[in-house]
Design a protein around this ligand. Structure first.
Ligand code: ATP
Ligand code: MG
Length: 452
């Protein structure tokens, strides 16, 4: 019985009192991506397991330990997506989106599933926002993407977060580095966990990412990849830095950031904070020039990042970043009598069509209780319609904050109220996006028929 009212461990509900925060953050991310020419892609919540094995990589923690994999009744092996890159790349190939011309730039907002130990900033179902570019090997693509991620933190007002970048070279120059790592870790075998011992042969770079304390200690003194990268990779890295400098984006070079898969190349980056404890990486990304080929496509340079939205909200909370208040009802229309109920219902529908949020009684309360409810939901205005008012053709609208009233003809009610309302500020929409409209605000306000 208890299970009926208990969510699954590691999953979280986003409740009505909080969802406006999510909407605000999601809308802002969407806007940041669209401004740079990225378009949304939505892919299924599940994919064939082989896709993740290949794309995320057989030697990763995600594939080895964290995936929700099951067999369907038809006997297919299906996995709930642990991340968004694989599905986007699969769709890019399946629908030959490259035929629309390169580069292809997409973004996504989705839930991900990983069977991990649930704790603050680490859930089994969580949300990611991510961006991907296909078909550009140019350093400007790297910088454009990093700037977009940075723009999100900037616009949200997140301060205590640092951008760390690194280059992990290309396939060719990586060979020397991998050999150096193999030699180093072989000499320190006794300190490595079992998983890392198996990685030593298959993919020693993955050891650098291990969370095991003993492995971490050994990894701290391992050779760093920046010392091994070739002239071309080094030049690419310098260019990325030049463009970041040009955009006034601050960063530090952290030679220990890696992505330990063969198809990852060159630029890698993370946005890291100290304000939310151990799970401090809010965003991670980089180039994977070998991925599309790995999935059977033509060699196509590509890059991307993913940002954890739960962690982002945690940082914002820890740093007291202000989020908009939940939107409240613009006008509550109380009704007394049957004819008034019909009129109130009709007005509410008309107001809603004019982008004004209106509420009426739908549970059969008396007048006093309706007004109490209007207070409780923080309605900005209220109006009472009785059968007499319908005969007279006029009603009094009350500003719930000041108590001031003004008269409005019932026939012109929607226009009169809308004008009056706009004089006082734009209500639900403006609260959600902030009164001093930035570009997002402008765009949304523009959608109001009476917008200024
Ligand atoms: P970590 O090192 O914290 O396990 P990761 O390297 O597995 O992170 P990525 O696969 O790069 O993470 O995912 C990108 C982002 O998604 C992370 O930076 C983080 O913000 C978020 N994320 C990853 N796993 C989780 C999770 N289990 N719960 C909440 N957010 C997560
Ligand atoms: Mg992880």
């Amino acid at each position: 019985m208890e299970l009926l009212t208990k969510k699954v461990k590691g999953a979280e509900d986003i409740l009505p009192a909080d969802s406006h925060k999510w909407q605000f953050v999601e809308e802002l991310m969407r806007d940041e991506a669209e401004k740079s020419g990225f378009r949304e892609i939505r892919t299924p919540v599940f994919e064939h397991t082989v896709l993740f094995n290949r794309s995320v990589g057989e030697t990763t923690d995600v594939v080895q330990k964290e995936m929700y994999t099951f067999n369907t009744k038809g006997g297919e092996s299906i996995t709930l997506r642990p991340e968004g890159t694989a599905g986007a790349a699969r769709a890019y190939l399946e629908h030959a989106i490259y035929n629309d011309g390169l580069p292809v730039k997409v973004y996504y907002q989705l839930t991900c599933y990983r069977y991990e130990k649930a704790q603050a900033g680490r859930q089994r179902e969580f949300h990611q926002f991510g961006m991907e570019t296909y078909g550009s090997a140019d350093a400007r693509a790297d910088a454009e993407m990093i700037c977009a991620a940075n723009g999100i933190f900037d616009r949200l007002g997140v301060e205590d977060i640092r951008l760390e970048i690194n280059s992990i070279g290309c396939k060719t120059c990586r060979a020397d580095y991998t050999a150096a790592l193999k030699e180093y870790f072989s000499a320190n075998k006794d300190e490595l966990c079992d998983t890392c011992l198996s990685r030593l042969e298959r993919n020693p770079m993955r050891i650098l990412d291990c969370k095991n304390e003993s492995c971490k200690k050994v990894a701290a003194k391992a050779p760093v990849v920046l010392d091994y990268i070739c002239g071309d990779c080094s030049a690419h890295f310098e260019k990325v830095k030049t463009f970041l400098d040009a955009a006034d984006v601050e960063y530090t070079v952290n030679p220990t950031i890696v992505r330990g898969l063969d198809y990852y190349t060159r630029t890698v980056f993370e946005f890291v904070t100290d304000s939310i404890g151990a799970q401090g990486t809010v965003c991670g990304g980089g180039r994977y020039d070998g991925l599309i080929e790995e999935l059977g496509g033509q060699p196509t340079p590509a890059l991307g990042f993913a940002m954890g939205i739960e962690r982002l909200l945690l940082v914002m909370k820890a740093q007291n970043v202000e989020l908009p208040e939940a939107p409240t009802c613009d006008i509550y229309i109380a009704a007394l009598g049957e004819a008034a109920e019909v009129k109130a219902f009709k007005l509410a529908q008309q107001l809603r069509q004019s982008s004004i949020s209106a509420e009426i009684d739908i549970v059969g309360r008396g007048l006093r209780a309706q007004m109490k409810y209007a207070n409780k939901i923080n309605a900005k205005y209220s109006v009472v319609i009785g059968d007499d008012d319908i005969k007279n053709g006029s009603v009094k609208v009350k500003d719930m904050k000041t108590g001031e009233t003004f008269d409005a003809l019932l026939d012109d009610f929607v226009d009169i109220f809308a004008d009056k309302f706009i004089e006082y500020g734009l209500g639900a929409v403006s609260e959600l996006i902030g009164e001093d409209s930035d570009k997002l605000g402008q765009a949304l306000l523009g959608s109001l028929p009476h917008g200024n």
